[in-house]
Structure formats: C-alpha cells, structure tokens
Design a protein around this ligand. Structure first.
Ligand SMILES: [Zn+2]
Length: 292
C-alpha cells in the first residue's frame, strides 16, 4: 500500500513482498525501523505506519539522512500468523532461492538495510513485562540505541542463535515492547522508537534521553515437553539455587546455581521452549557524549 507521500518501494519479485517507506531525517545518519518480522505481532506495523505519517519526506527534511520504515512479513501479517512457512527471525541470513517464503524474504531485508548506521526491529511477546532490548554485538551504535529506548534490561544474545536479524545485520537491536496485541505495546514501542531516532540524530523534537541498562547474558533455551506447562518465575526475577523455573509432564527445570533469571518466560508463548536462562552481567552505559 503506497503511503500518501514520500517514496515507496514495493517489492513483488516472486511471491516476496515487503514494504519500504523512506522518510527524511533531521541529521545525516541512515537508520531503519522494522516492524512485522512476525505476523502475529501487529504493534510493529502500527508503529511503522504512525512514524510514516509523522516523519517528513526526504525532500522536506532538514538533514541528508534517511529513515527506512519497513513492514517485513506482509502475508503473515494479513493472515495474523507468526509466519507462513518458517520463522523469519530464525531464518537469517536466508536463501534467495528457497521455496520457503520467509527464508527467501530474509536476504531481501538484509540487502535493504545493508550499510545502515543503526537498525531497530520491533517485537512483542506472550511474555510478561517489562519491555527489554536484545543485541548480539555491542557496537557503539548498539550502545547508543540500547540506552536510548527507555528499557531497563537488555539481553546479550551473542552466544545464542545465529539466525536472528540482530545476529546477522551489524548495529541491529531488537526490542520487545510488550504483550502481543496490546495497545500498551504500541504506545511503549512508539516512544522507544522515537528515543532511537533522537539518539541517532534523526528526530530533533527533543534531546535524546539515555539511561544505564542492565545486561542479561543469554545462556540457553529451556525446552518444553508435553502436558500442561507451568512457569514459576517472571522475566528477570532472580531464582535461588534449587528453584524450579518451569515444568510440564516431561521436564522439571531446576536451576543449579544462584543468579539465573528467566527471559521471555511464558507458558503458552512458544511451542518448543519455556523461555531462556540468562545471567545478570553488569550494565551498558550511555555513550560518552550523552549529557545526564
Ligand atoms: Zn517477534
């Protein structure tokens, strides 16, 4: 769907579709905001469309920079499903020749944001608040993003899967903005994305606001078996040694050391996992040029 103004690139090679709306910036950087990597998380697309209305066209903007606003997985969004063939955020870097829709779409997204100074991918989950960020590699750009989103926690996923967008595209941060389908997630995510745009100089309506963010190092996924799942601890809640994080008919997941915290913990959010184990490991501090 072309926007009312500004340039729109509509890709329809094979069955691959993706909408990229290009907007201008107050500064010089090249940024990208991606919504709808998962089709059952409508907040990202709504945030992208709100920004498309609010930001100036490249011609009307004060700076030479650009903000690419991307609606990634349109068929899945239309169908209201996480994916049509395979989980897009487990399919990077992808394969242009794949018969699986998302696997073929993935390299098109990578190409679109190639060379960007900073990329933000918006997600929601079945898990409980608080919102948090995820990175795989802490570049200076990623530090700037993570400390400008208004989140208190960030997951360092560098030792987890290598098939997510943030593990493949440099300077990418994923943000979990809240519960799937909630208005609160849209509002938080919109404010977090404005924080991202301010931090990287694209939005000059207010100075960027940075904060120190606690880092949780991702350790491993916690598998699910069969039967009724039970989760006993909330995200980022420290679990004492010996505590049972989660259980079902197959598993009783007891933590064997102090200081482990759950991330993306949920009973019904994922078919295969209860969530992740993480370990609190220091903080990410705002960039050196931030005033506080
Ligand atoms: Zn998602």
């Amino acid at each position: 769907m072309p926007a009312a103004n500004g340039r729109v690139y509509f890709s329809d090679l094979r069955t691959d579709r993706m909408e990229i709306i290009e907007r201008g910036a107050a500064g010089a950087g090249r940024l990208a905001v991606i919504g709808g990597l998962h089709g059952d998380e409508p907040a990202g697309e709504r945030i992208v469309r709100r920004l498309a209305e609010a930001l100036p066209t490249p011609e009307a903007a004060a700076g030479s920079g650009t903000v690419q606003l991307i609606v990634a997985n349109e068929p899945a969004l239309e169908a209201g499903v996480r994916y049509t063939d395979t989980d897009l955020n487990r399919a990077f870097p992808g394969d242009a020749d794949s018969d699986e829709y998302e696997r073929a779409l993935a390299p098109r997204i990578v190409d679109a944001v190639d060379g960007a100074d900073a990329v933000l991918a918006i997600h929601t989950s079945h898990s409980v608040p608080p919102p948090f960020a995820i990175y795989s590699d802490l570049s200076p750009s990623v530090r700037r993003t993570v400390t400008a989103l208004g989140v208190d926690y960030v997951l360092d996923a560098g030792s987890l899967r290598g098939t997510t967008l943030d593990s493949v595209v440099p300077h990418t941060v994923s943000v979990e903005v809240g519960r799937q389908g909630s208005q609160q997630a849209v509002e938080f995510g919109l404010e977090a994305t404005r924080g991202f745009l301010r931090a990287h100089g694209a939005l000059a309506d207010a100075p960027p606001a940075y904060r120190s963010v606690r880092v949780v190092e991702g350790i491993e996924e916690v598998p699910k078996g069969g039967g009724e799942p039970r989760v006993n601890y909330a995200n980022f809640e420290p679990m004492p040694e010996g505590a049972v994080f989660a259980s079902d008919d197959t598993y009783t997941h007891r933590v064997d050391e102090d200081g482990i915290v759950p991330v993306l913990a949920s009973e019904h959010g994922y078919d295969e996992i209860f969530g992740l184990y993480g370990r609190l490991r220091g903080t990410v501090e705002p960039p050196a040029d931030a005033d506080d």
